[in-house]
Design a protein around this ligand. Structure first.
Ligand SMILES: CC(C)(COP(=O)(O)OP(=O)(O)OC[C@H]1O[C@@H](n2cnc3c(N)ncnc32)[C@H](O)[C@@H]1OP(=O)(O)O)[C@@H](O)C(=O)NCCC(=O)NCCS
Length: 227
C-alpha cells in the first residue's frame, strides 16, 4: 500500500467509467478482468469494482489518523476519492492495476480497498496493498477479503509473485501479511517517507506455488481425493 502509484496531484480527470452488471468470478477468464473486475463473493464480504459513489464512505473510514499512520496519505476530500476511483478504473482498463472495494455481505457500502499493481509487463510480478476502516479491524473481514484477492491474483490475473511492503512499525500490517503466508524476504532500510521521517519497511512475497500448496493443504481430505 505504501508505494502504490496513485498520486492525487496527477489526477485531473473526472469519473467517467461505467460499471455494468455483476459478473461472477468463476465465469471470468484471464483477460476479462481488464474489461470489468469480477465480483468476489465470500461468506462475510463481497468485493467489487469501486464506484464514484464509494467516495464518501471511503473518505470517512480511510482518512483517520490510526488508519493512515503507516500508508501513503489518501486523498483529503471526497472529490479527491472520486478522482482516485476514476484513476483506478483507467488503470484497470490498461491492465496494470486492479482495485476492489470491500463491502459487507448484504450491504453495498465500501469499508475498505485492496489494490494490486503490475510490477513487470504481463503482471507476472505484482504488488498489493490494503486498507480497511478501523471499526472492522479484527473482525475477519480482512482475512476473507484477502483470500479472495489472492485467488483473483493467482488464478485470474496469472500473477506468479505478489509482493507487499509494510513499515516495520506497522504491527497490524505485518501481522496481517504473515497470517496469509507472506514470507519476509528482506528489510528495506529507510525506504518509505511518512510525516517527514524515513521508515524501514519489510518486503514480503507470496509466490504462486506456495499459495497453491497451502490452499491444497487447507482443503478437507475427502475433497482433495475427488477426481
Ligand atoms: C492492515 C489491515 C487491513 C489488516 O486488517 P485487520 O482487520 O486489522 O487484520 P487482522 O486483525 O485480521 O489481522 C492482523 C493480525 O495482526 C496481529 N497484530 C495486531 N497488532 C499487532 C502487532 N502490534 N504486532 C504483531 N501482530 C499484530 C493481530 O493479532 C492479527 O492476527 P490474528 O488474527 O492472528 O490475531 C488493517 O489493520 C488496516 O487497514 N490498517 C491500516 C492500513 C495498513 O496498515 N495497511 C497495510 C499496509 S501493509
Amino acid at each position: 500500500m505504501e508505494n502504490m502509484p496513485y498520486r492525487v496531484e496527477l489526477e485531473l480527470q473526472t469519473f467517467q467509467a461505467s460499471i455494468g452488471e455483476v459478473t461472477r468470478s468463476a465465469e471470468v477468464t484471464s483477460t476479462d478482468w481488464q474489461d470489468r473486475l469480477p465480483v468476489l463473493s465470500g461468506a462475510q464480504v463481497t468485493l467489487r469494482e469501486l464506484r464514484a459513489s464509494d467516495a464518501a464512505s471511503l473518505f470517512a473510514l480511510l482518512t483517520t489518523e490510526e488508519v493512515t499512520r503507516f500508508i501513503s496519505p489518501p486523498p483529503t476530500t471526497v472529490e479527491g476519492f472520486v478522482k482516485f476511483i476514476a484513476w483506478t478504473i483507467r488503470q484497470r482498463t490498461a491492465g496494470t492495476f486492479a482495485c476492489f472495494a470491500v463491502t459487507l455481505k448484504g450491504y453495498d457500502t465500501a469499508v475498505g480497498i485492496f489494490q494490486m499493481r503490475e510490477m513487470e509487463p504481463g503482471f507476472g510480478t505484482g504488488e498489493w496493498g490494503f486498507v480497511i476502516g478501523s471499526p472492522f479491524w479484527g473482525t475477519g473481514v480482512f482475512q476473507e477479503a484477502a483470500e479472495l484477492v489472492l485467488e483473483f491474483a493467482f488464478e485470474t490475473v496469472g500473477v506468479h509473485r505478489l509482493e507487499a511492503r509494510s513499515a516495520v512499525r506497522n504491527g497490524r500490517g505485518n501481522g496481517a501479511l504473515r497470517k496469509l503466508g507472506a514470507v519476509q524476504e528482506g528489510l528495506l532500510r529507510k525506504s518509505f517517507l511518512r510525516n517527514g521521517e524515513y521508515l524501514d519497511q519489510v518486503l514480503y512475497a507470496i509466490v504462486d506455488d506456495d499459495w497453491r500448496f497451502s490452499r491444497e493443504m487447507a482443503r478437507p481430505i475427502h475433497a482433495s481425493r475427488v477426481h
